[in-house]
Design a protein around this ligand. Structure first.
Ligand SMILES: [Zn+2]
Length: 279
């Protein structure tokens, strides 16, 4: 947390309120929050925020100044937040970066991260390209069904770790992986190479539905995630499996949702998502 839908909501709000604005000033509370490119910080003063893109769970702010283009890539990590100035944070001491804007609906954007599992990178165009290729596989919302099927082909591993493997499919974390698998009725540890084509198509469609519905609902606010305007995502109310251990399966099959701890907790219905399924 945050995952793709939350990062997308962040990007949408920044687009609505900051695009076209000029960065008038900045403040960095601790320099180690900048992973790379700290020496280029002065360049950004006077640059215009021209576009905002989401890559996996990160958000890139694209600036232009004269003929140059540079980016600030914000990793939201486990606990990172981008907040407008008016939003009160529980942890004001963890606001590490403040960006001031002229000509925008919001005068300031704050980067706040209590656990510092996230960073900012200041990159030029080539740097951004390398950053994206190195870290992110296909985007689940932009990948075509054929491309997705090609990615699954020949994978000997298990399904849930693959869905969460950022260098293969970027943006899905533990919450949405559990929700997608429950809805697609697929066991988390199904062997990917043994999943039939029709089921692969269903998995693809379910990924689209779950992620798009979550974005429309403002994401899921789990563990203190807030959008830049301070709002909480409502998709948590639609979670069917994540965090539901011990509760009756929503498909009313008579079983309860199990929680199995491996690397990350998996929540699933042992009947609806049977591992022995021949699908
Ligand atoms: Zn069930």
């Amino acid at each position: 947390m945050p995952e793709l839908p939350e990062a997308e909501v962040v990007a949408q709000q920044l687009r609505e309120r900051l695009l076209g604005a000029t960065l008038s000033d900045y403040w960095v509370g601790r320099m180690d929050i900048i992973r790379e490119g700290a020496q280029t910080l002065p360049w950004y003063k006077g640059a215009v925020l021209q576009h905002i893109e989401r890559y996996g769970k990160s958000v890139a702010l694209g600036f232009a100044k004269e003929q140059d283009h540079r980016y600030i890539v914000v990793e939201l990590g486990m606990t990172g937040l981008l907040l407008f100035r008016t939003v009160q944070t529980k942890h004001p001491q963890h606001v590490h970066v403040r960006l001031s804007f002229a000509g925008a609906r919001e005068p300031e954007l704050h980067y706040c991260n209590p656990r510092r599992f996230g960073r900012l990178s200041l990159l030029d165009e080539k740097g951004l390209e390398q950053y994206v290729t190195r870290r992110f596989g296909c985007d689940p919302l932009r990948v075509s069904p054929d491309e997705f099927m090609r990615i699954l082909r020949g994978r000997r591993g298990r399904l849930k770790p693959l869905l969460m493997h950022q260098q293969v499919i970027a943006g899905i974390g533990n919450i949405y992986a559990n929700e997608i698998l429950f809805r697609a009725r697929l066991h988390p540890w199904r062997v990917v190479s043994r999943i039939r084509k029709a089921t692969q198509v269903k998995l693809y469609d379910t990924i689209q539905t779950v992620l798009r519905e979550a974005i429309a609902d403002g994401g899921s606010s789990v563990r203190d995630f807030f959008a830049p305007d301070g709002s909480e995502g409502q998709y948590k109310r639609h979670h069917l499996a994540y965090g539901k251990e011990g509760q009756p399966c929503p498909n009313l099959c008579g079983r309860v949702i199990q929680r199995v701890q491996s690397e990350r907790s998996s929540f699933f219905c042992p009947l609806c998502q049977s591992q022995r399924s021949s699908r």
